[in-house]
Design a protein around this ligand. Structure first.
Ligand SMILES: Nc1ncnc2c1ncn2[C@@H]1O[C@H](COP(=O)(O)OP(=O)(O)OP(=O)(O)O)[C@@H](O)[C@H]1O
Length: 324
């Protein structure tokens, strides 16, 4: 048996990331190329957003990372070990919430976790009750622990799934669309919980098709489209790569548009309450002064930061118009 054992501190192998893939590729039997030559590096301690529209290959990638399916070609390392070869050694250090938690509706939240933990050969039965109580507390389900899971809201079920992932100390949490199907309040709660989990050093890898979710929660992101990696980096760098947009709020839109064009501003567009354009290379204050000198009543003036959505559209040439 040449399966590597995970002893001592798990490595961020040679600084190569908690997750590291090279040319990772999956072609399903039907011929569908779901993941195509993926090179992914997830830094230790990051909250890493894996972003892409439905069908872009996120779940397939996660299933390869977790050793659930074999890649067609390429390699994947998790915590410094090759997957799927080291699956049994690596998975006890990874908390995963993939495709919704599998719950028994007739059991209470607490009993679901007790049952889940007792199915884990690496879990110590002597500390089981205490660990279950701590995990329930962590996700804010202590008060509802005795309720049957079928009476839980979707958000509570999702929290219970997270609690299951937290029953043991984890180096890495892998969450596949953790807020899918939740209402805005439920989404806020799960996002706050993810931030909190990350603040104690756990690396979190989460997939999402929601750009604003990635912007709110993640330090790093990778963008997928049609099985291919479009870009990866810090969220700040991805958005900063975009130049943003000049926004002038004014009732005098025609005059404002004329002045901006005269001053060489590109892509000038009139909106309901003003004019927008490409940010100028030169001094912003001079442009503002020119508007005022031309009698334009300027009520707001500035460059709006580009969003990750702008970055995505610019990178892929597509909108990010996918429904929940
Ligand atoms: N078991 C399978 N057999 C054949 N094709 C598959 C299988 N699973 C996924 N696919 C296809 O592979 C592509 C990528 O799917 P995948 O589920 O990885 O994308 P995703 O980004 O996770 O999307 P979603 O958010 O909808 O799950 C899709 O075209 C999908 O139809």
């Amino acid at each position: 048996m040449d399966e590597p054992s995970v002893t001592g501190p798990l490595r961020d192998a040679a600084g190569e990331g908690i997750i590291h893939t090279r040319a990772l590729t999956k072609r399903y039997r039907g011929g569908q190329l779901a993941v195509d030559g993926l090179d992914l590096t997830v830094p230790a301690g990051s909250v890493f957003g894996f972003l892409g529209p439905n069908g872009s290959g996120k779940t397939t990638t996660i299933r390869m990372l977790m050793g659930l399916i074999e890649p067609t070609s390429g390699t994947a390392h998790v915590l410094g070990h090759p997957m799927p070869r080291a699956t049994r050694a690596v998975l006890p250090h990874v908390g995963a919430l993939i495709e919704g938690p599998a719950l028994y509706g007739f059991l209470s939240g607490r009993d679901n976790l007790l049952r889940y933990d007792s199915a884990d050969p690496s879990a110590d039965p002597r500390t089981r009750r205490a660990r279950v109580a701590a995990a329930l507390d962590r996700v804010g389900l202590a008060a509802a622990a005795g309720k049957k899971a079928k009476a839980y809201s979707l958000g509570m079920k999702q929290r219970l799934g997270l609690a299951a992932a937290l029953l043991q100390p984890r180096r890495l949490l892998v969450l596949d669309e953790p807020t899918n199907g939740l209402d805005p309040q439920g989404m806020r709660e799960i996002r706050a919980l993810i931030r909190e989990l990350a603040s104690d050093g756990t690396t979190v890898f989460l997939s999402s098709h929601l750009l604003d979710e990635i912007e709110q929660v993640c330090t790093h992101a990778a963008v997928m489209a049609q099985g291919r990696l479009i870009t990866q980096g810090t969220v700040a760098d991805l958005a900063a790569g975009m130049r943003g947009r000049l926004v002038v709020t004014t009732p005098d839109t025609a005059d404002a548009a004329r002045v901006l064009k005269e001053r060489g501003v590109g892509d000038v567009a009139v909106t309901e309450d003003g004019v927008t354009g490409e940010p100028p290379e030169g001094e912003l204050a001079e442009l503002n002064a020119a508007l005022v000198a031309a009698g334009v009543r300027v009520r707001g003036f500035g460059v709006e930061r580009a969003s990750l959505e702008d970055a995505f559209v610019a990178l892929t040439g597509e909108g990010f118009d996918v429904a929940g």
